[in-house]
Ligand binder design. Structure first.
Ligand code: DON
Length: 568
């Protein structure tokens, strides 16, 4: 499918010659959204077509999948301000052509001045607004440290990877109808939650075809280009962040920024019927929960039951319920709490977990609590596969749409509101309705539990899928279902991504279904005793499939947004 997005932008021609000369194949004033493409060498799929093109540009220049992932993330920080970021954090999972799996954790951390009860009033009630809106909601950004940690695996100089982002920020790019609507929708909050004027607010409402120029952000990106990580965590940018905190009652200090470190972790890798699933470990709950869910369904004839059959739906819902119950109880930052990961994925534990599964009858979350006894919308995903067989999956986030909606003063970028991913009080749901306990309580320097699940599937130690999605609590269930759609139900990449999804997260004890979910499925589940709630679209999944015989790549960008695929 090819959508003509932009037509006749008045001054597009004026800048485009110079802009496009520098940007190679980037067309910031006149671009199209490609949803499903095939490519012979390399492919990138992300939340914005210009960001995907930036990745392909770098591949064409001789970069590998890691180079492309870095360039795409930086471009997303400009063209997709709702979630692309340098003021947030993320996770990168990769399978390198030398056979190694890597996982880089650049999740935000709680500031040194953060404390367990910082979002409670004097009566002990949660004031969730504080963990969501403005300065106090922001964790220490991890993205820039993550990009430099990723450089270890890249081929090209950083200056080349950041060039498209600088150009897009400096010269601007044309926004889509969805972006215009989203900026207009958030206008009041931008005004309320900022202490300096931002690029995101203008006198008259935004409309499709307007050009968004971000000179302050371009300046910050140049500091990062010239000074490396210190261009963000020290000097002018750090000063900008800290003075913004001082103006707006935030607590991030210069020491917090200087002390931030991205961490390389051991990627989770587990077998599923002849394939290896490589995914993100803690502090994302995604990998552990995904492994639990796939282990729970593995011994049932799901492929025979069929896609969206009542039996398959029910089994997957019950697996989701059980994994999320364990998530709430046990999962948190492994550098701060002891998490019984080995026991949670032990086959005998998984079997005992499923012993209460009754085909045809809804389970319930009162009786299905966390299984072990205790020992003493905004995020974005991108996938890349290159010609050499390197595969990268990155999910990165500001948490809510445009994060805290607060820009770091003259530094021109939005700060996250990731602090809300902590459990601000046991049992009090966060913005995604997720509950938690001690394991995910706030502590200085601790990483808040995430659901982001960047995932790669290997066959014979070669990547055949790279995938992931945003969507808060629904991320893990969407990745789970997309994997089942491909590995069990044999759906095409396009269908695996776009067919309606469902979601159960233990509490509330409800099955959410998105628009277009078949009525027969709803009725069958209701007859079994499930409570169904219809909700808005679930996730924005990006997926690349590689055919190991022909080498052909198929990239599918989610139809739910402006997401675009590119390749060569
Ligand atoms: O890390 C997490 O799990 C959340 N901060 C993700 C937020 C998200 O996906 C919002 N997107 N729609």
């Amino acid at each position: 499918m090819r959508f003509l997005l932009i037509f006749g932008v008045a001054f597009g021609g004026l800048l485009s010659a110079c802009a496009q000369q520098q940007a190679g194949s980037l067309h910031p004033y006149d671009y199209t959204i490609e949803k499903n493409i095939t490519a012979a060498k390399g492919a990138v799929v992300s939340a914005h077509p210009l960001a995907s093109e930036a990745g392909v540009l770098v591949l064409r220049q001789g970069g590998n999948a890691v180079d492309a992932a870095i360039a795409t993330q930086l471009a997303l920080a400009v063209v997709y301000p709702g979630a692309g970021n340098i003021g947030g954090g993320g996770f990168l999972v990769a399978h390198l052509k030398n056979g190694r799996n890597i996982a880089i954790d650049y999740r935000e951390t709680a500031p040194a001045k953060a404390s367990r009860d910082m979002y409670l009033d004097s009566a002990g009630n949660a004031i969730t607004k504080l963990s969501l809106d403005g300065h106090l909601a922001a964790g220490i950004p991890g993205t820039v440290a993550g990009l430099f940690a990723s450089m270890k695996y890249a081929k090209l100089p950083f200056s080349k990877l950041i060039a498209p982002a600088i150009l897009l920020a400096e010269k601007g790019f044309v926004i889509t109808a969805k972006e215009a609507e989203s900026l207009n929708h958030t206008r009041e909050e931008f005004v309320k939650l900022n202490t300096v004027p931002t690029a995101f607010v203008k006198e008259v409402p935004w409309k499709a075809g307007d050009t968004l120029v971000q000179p302050d952000l371009a300046h910050t990106l140049k500091l990062i280009r010239d000074k490396g990580q210190a261009g963000f965590y020290e000097g002018e940018t750090a000063d900008n962040i800290v003075s913004e905190m001082q103006r707006g009652g935030g607590i991030i200090t210069l020491a917090d920024l200087k002390n931030y470190k991205a961490v390389e972790r051991k990627a989770i890798a587990f077998q599923y019927k002849g394939q290896t699933i490589v995914t993100m470990p803690l502090p994302s709950s995604g990998g552990v929960c995904l492994q639990q869910m796939m282990m729970m369904v593995e011994n049932y004839p799901v492929a025979k039951w069929g896609f969206q059959s009542p039996q398959a739906l029910q089994l997957m819902i019950e697996a989701e319920r059980r994994a999320y119950a364990d998530r709430a109880e046990f999962l948190g930052d492994p550098d701060f709490v002891k998490v019984p990961v080995a026991r949670l994925i032990d086959p005998s534990y998984i079997r005992s977990r499923m012993s209460t599964f009754t085909p045809g009858t809804a389970g319930n979350s009162d009786s299905t609590k966390a299984g072990l006894t205790k020992e003493s919308e905004q995020t974005t995903h991108l996938s890349v596969i290159d010609a050499d067989g390197n595969a990268v999956a990155v999910t990165t986030t500001l948490n809510g749409h445009y994060g805290s909606r607060t820009v770091a003063g003259k530094a021109g970028f939005l700060l996250n509101n990731e602090m809300d991913d902590f459990s601000v009080k046991p049992g009090v749901p966060n913005m995604y309705g997720l509950v938690g306990t001690e394991a995910n309580a706030i502590a200085p320097g601790k990483r808040m539990l995430s659901s982001m699940t960047p995932t790669i599937v290997l066959k014979n130690n070669k990547p055949i899928y790279s995938l992931g999605t945003p969507g808060g609590a629904t991320i893990i269930t969407s990745v789970f279902q997309t994997l089942m759609n491909t590995l069990e139900f044999g759906l095409s990449p396009e269908d695996a991504v776009n067919k309606p999804k469902f979601h159960h997260q233990w509490l509330p004890d409800v099955v959410y279904v998105e628009p277009g979910f078949p009525e027969e499925g709803v009725q069958a589940l209701e007859q079994m005793g499930y409570k169904i709630e219809k909700r808005g679209p679930i996730g924005r999944t990006e997926l690349i499939k590689k055919d190991l015989k022909t080498g052909q790549l198929q990239a599918a960008a989610d139809k739910r947004g402006d997401d675009g695929a590119a390749g060569y």
